[in-house]
Write a protein that binds this ligand. Sequence first.
Ligand code: FMN
Length: 362
Amino acid sequence: MIRLIDYARPFAALIDPEEAHRLAVSALKVLPTLAIGHDDPILGLSVFGLDFPNPVGLAAGFDKNAEVADRILRLGFGFAEVGTLTPLPQAGNPRPRLFRLPAAEGVVNRLGFNNEGFAAAAARLAERGHRRGVVGVNIGANRDSRDRAADYVAGIETFAPLASYFVVNISSPNTPGLRDLQAAPALDDLLARVIEARDRAVETAGRKALLLKISPDLSLAELDDLIAVVRKRGADGLIVSNTTVTRPALLRDTAAREEGGLSGRPLFSLSTWMLAETFRRVGREIPLVGVGGVDSAEAAWTKILAGASLVQLYTGMIFHGFGLVNRIKLGLDERLRRSGYISIADAIGAEARAIAAEPWPT
Ligand SMILES: Cc1cc2nc3c(=O)[nH]c(=O)nc-3n(C[C@H](O)[C@H](O)[C@H](O)COP(=O)(O)O)c2cc1C
């Protein structure tokens, strides 16, 4: 069945990208309920208090409304992240707002947090109950919110009993002003409030890890300031990175000129370099999730060597289909055995210094 969906991919490339996405979610909903396969134990690892059967997760943005989290796990992903969710439903930006870059295998999106809101997603997650598998909830703020930090706090309160972990997304380029929350004084206030909310929920919901998702467009000075706040307030992990508003030279696709965040292969170098720079600063003290342009086992392995404990992907699946995750796991298994490392945990950050020493990708 999974292969059948894989074959549908070339047809999906011909239709409007948002329609293709809607069809992909619908296809997953009707997948037969296969048991979650067992991964080779060599791929398993424990990060921020959670056990992952393998390190390859689905990045936020695919299952914005928590409709298919269990189906995603059944495709072989080690974890799923739903969202970004905002307190109130919102329509997002006018269409068209999602563009494929076929030559570069990238995507530009300016969706602007289109989603059904906390209540609809919470009801779906409550329905899945306490099924196995790691499902994180990625939280954002409504575009018109007067107190954005309060939106994130409300997210923690709503999803504390339902989420395996939280992501505070302050790096989407498509909600004006959102990324300003990454600046030290705003971040300090935000993290103080969300961590307090998380800690308040410990008694009823258990302690849930709280991760911050950052932009690859921060300067290194901004990264230093951000990490200082994260250390002070004690977030459990960083996701590096969201999409970029920059455009690497040599992009041939005309859609590259569209406004929005660029993802996929053309984001790989910048996001991996940022990951390595982050690892050089935090080491193993704060676990990192490496995202951006993962479309092969080689790319996933490089993220791990650059400092990622876990990786995520989204755009790679648009170009390579649902079968990509299993190909990546097989390739990771092989690389791990060839490398002489005993486990994924052993390889994390082994080449961070070398990757960070490469010139800033342009
Ligand atoms: C269509 C689309 C929608 C996205 N929506 C979100 C989102 O709602 N929240 C979020 O944190 N990231 C979102 N992202 C960013 C991805 O989670 C990821 O960080 C980024 O695309 C880089 O990974 P990739 O190159 O594997 O796609 C979105 C990406 C795409 C392509």
